[in-house]
Every structure is written in C-alpha cells, then in structure tokens.
Design a protein around this ligand. Structure first.
Ligand code: ZN
Length: 232
C-alpha cells in the first residue's frame, strides 16, 4: 500500500496529472511513493476508458470449438454460448479477456472466453495465457449446477475443519434429507441450490445451520469446535 491518502485540506496532484483526470488527488509525502501511485491511478483510468468489446459470442465459440478439448472444461461445447466455461452454470455470459484489456490484450476471439459474472470477477488479471487456462480448467465440475455448491462445501470445511460429508456421517444424515433442507432454507424451489446467486459464505452458513439444528435435536454441543481442535 502506498501512503498517499485523500485529503481535501492539502493535496498534491501526481506529476502526470492522472490523479486530476479521475477527480482524485492524494497527499504524497515524498517522491518514493509517487511512481506506484501513478501506476495505480493509470490502471484505474484505463479501466474507465475501456472500449466496448466488438468480438461476438458466436465468434468466440466458433474459434475455440476446434481448438480446445471440451473434456477439460465444465461444459459441453454445444452449450458453450449459454453456460459459463468455468463453473458450467447457465447464466448471462461476459466476454472475458484472457490477457486483460488493461495489459494490451486484444479484442479478438483468440483472447476471449465466456464466463459468468462471478467467474469473471475471480479471473486472473495477468499477462499469462497459460496460467489463465490452467486456472479455468483447475476446478472442472463433472456435473452441471454443482460447482458453487461444491465451493460452498469447501468453505464449510475451511471454517470448521470438518468436511460437510463427515458432519453428515457423524449425525447420520442422508443426502436426500440434506438436499431437502437446503431447498427449504434457500426458498429456491425452482432454482438449483448454489446456482451462483448465493455467495460461498452463505452456502456454508446454510449448511452449518442444518448441522447445528440436527445437533440440537440430538443434544450434542460444541461438536464442531471439538472436531476442529482435533484436526488442528
Ligand atoms: Zn461461472
């Protein structure tokens, strides 16, 4: 973090005038932090000046159809125009740069893929095509509409040091009972649980409330924290 900060009483614009350009001026105590600040502002300015993407969804699908092995992705290519290439959920798709626009990435099919908003936000912003594809393929979902639920399960085990499957086994909870509870809790009877409209902590929290409810019925207290301590 640079040590510049907004201050309306006494401010210094950066030497290139970029701070002024986006309407923000910073107090800059010394020149050593001037360069990184300029860089930050320059990138922000570029973001706001980003040109609309001209390459179409169909051009992106057609380009990659013969160049990528669909078995490495979460989608069948027949549905590549309507499902996110990373998580596999049906969603409004963004045309996402492989090399970011701000790093001189081209507006061409070879530099674009189709991602949902959530995956787009998580996509890497670096000048490394290989890494982008490794990231995109790393969490391939084997079944449609499971990706975000699986991520929520991982969030649960990160918090409690116990996998949700282990909690279920411990409390003798079957998968049907579990699924029914999740549906009731989310109130989404027609939308698949974890479709992407709930963030990961919410999914993990819903799982936790189910486990807590079962523990209460069975008169079990502090089981999760004990399990966590055991693992740690
Ligand atoms: Zn996605």
């Amino acid at each position: 973090m640079h040590s510049g900060f907004r201050d309306s009483r006494r401010f210094v614009a950066c030497k290139k005038g970029l701070c002024k350009l986006i309407g923000i001026r910073f107090v800059i105590p010394n020149d050593t932090i001037h360069q990184p600040l300029c860089q930050i502002v320059k990138n922000e300015t570029k973001m706001s000046e980003r040109k609309p993407i001209k390459t179409t969804v169909n051009e992106i699908v057609e380009y990659w159809e013969s160049r990528i092995d669909e078995s490495e992705l979460s989608i069948d290519f027949a549905e590549a125009h309507e499902r996110c290439w990373r998580c596999g959920y049906k969603s409004k798709l963004h045309r996402c740069h492989i090399i970011p626009d701000s790093l001189e990435g081209e507006d061409s099919p070879s530099n674009l893929v189709l991602l949902c908003q959530r995956c787009h936000i998580e996509a890497p912003n670096i000048n490394d095509k290989d890494f982008f594809w490794e990231w995109l393929k790393a969490q391939k979902a084997f079944l449609y509409d499971t990706y975000w639920t699986i991520r929520g399960m991982k969030e649960y085990s990160d918090i409690y040091k116990e996998k949700i499957e282990e909690s279920m086994t411990r409390l003798d909870i079957g998968p049907t009972e579990f699924r029914e509870f999740l549906r009731e809790q989310t109130g989404f009877v027609t939308i698949h649980f974890g479709e992407g409209r709930l963030n990961l902590s919410t999914i993990a929290g819903i799982m936790r409330s189910f486990i807590k409810q079962k523990e209460k019925q069975l008169g079990i207290t502090n089981a999760i924290s004990n399990a966590g301590l055991r693992v740690c």
